[in-house]
Write a protein that binds this ligand. Sequence first.
Ligand SMILES: [Zn+2]
Length: 216
Amino acid sequence: MLPGSTNVYLCPNCSKSILQWTLASANGIGAKYFSDGRVKAPYFPETLRITRCGDCGTIFWLDRESIVDEFEDDDFREEDARKSAHYQEYGIWAEELDKEGWVKAIQEKVYRNPKEEVYLRKKLLWCLNDLFLVSYGILETVNSTLYLENASNLIKVLEDNSQKDLLLMAELHRNLGDFESCLEVLDQVTEPDLLPLAFAIFKKCNLKESKVFELS
Ligand SMILES: [Zn+2]
């Protein structure tokens, strides 16, 4: 995992400098795959697309066009070393939203198009599924009102013309206990790369199991 440049953004509300690292290279060693499409890869952290200002709490998108400055982690280049020292003193590192952050972003309709709504709802789904998995099912997040509301709304905004979205749609129907709809949607998944996951979901569906699972 090799670090790339650091991008600087400004909070649209309080103008605080928000820093976001980038990666020059990464690898998928040790990655874990889950039925909800999530990939947990320790050496391939995902670059953030949205964050919450650590000072005023405003949630905003980290768009490429909003980058106001950037610097490399290079002490031998005077300009970079100066910027790095300045921003590390006056800026805050962007952090990934937590459960409350995803919920707030959805409630405040921070999304600007259906694709961004899908992104936020998928992130909330993954967050709740992760809480369920890491607690060995003790935290029954997957039966909460929040989970059920998010899953059914995510089905509504997913486009059924993408094979990946179809697979997620099938998984969500299974999560909601609608096994018949799950099988119907699975039937439309034909992309060879997706068939192993489709088959794993199919098997769970036949067993009438609705919970998220890790792929072996
Ligand atoms: Zn702010």
